[in-house]
Design a protein around this ligand. Structure first.
Ligand code: C5P
Length: 143
């Protein structure tokens, strides 16, 4: 019998969950422009990052937004839906409210903008974030 050194490709590989925040303050939504990697640089996203093993999505969101933006947030409800990223990765989005701090682009981003509902199309969102942003708009006041 031969020993396997690597596992065969499983039919149901666990996916890596990327948690992003639809962060609201004063009736506007925060958009973050990526500075890396090169293929994503210049495009806008809802800030967030990968869930660590054993971490709840809400805890991951609080951690990521503290690391990337230097703010404390309170996670709210999950925005319905799940969007594929690169193979093996999915994006899930939670609403969040700013508790303290003014967001600054500390990590992975080089510009931030607070957008009202009528300004949402003014930035070049990453393709995979567009449906999430369309859903996130429902939490913004009508213009
Ligand atoms: O930020 P981080 O590198 O941990 O994100 C993991 C992956 O998820 C990256 O490929 C990033 O581009 C992607 N992502 C995304 N949309 C977001 C947040 C992350 O496509 N809103």
């Amino acid at each position: 019998m031969t020993e396997r050194t690597t596992e065969p490709a499983a039919p149901h590989e666990p996916v890596v969950v990327v948690v992003a925040g639809a962060l609201y303050d004063g009736g506007r939504l925060l958009a973050a422009r990526r500075s890396a990697p090169v293929e994503l640089a210049g495009r806008w996203e809802l800030p967030g990052g990968k869930l660590e093993p054993g971490e709840s999505p809400e805890a991951a969101l609080v951690r990521e937004l503290r690391e990337e933006l230097g703010v404390d947030v309170e996670p709210g409800e999950r925005i319905p839906g799940e969007w594929p990223l690169k193979p093996g990765y999915v994006l899930r989005v939670w609403t969040a409210r700013l508790l303290s701090g003014e967001p600054r682009p500390l990590e992975d981003h080089d510009e931030l903008r607070w957008l009202s509902r009528s300004e949402l199309d003014s930035v070049d969102w990453l393709d995979q974030d567009r449906p999430a942003v369309a859903e996130a708009a429902r939490w913004l006041p009508a213009p």
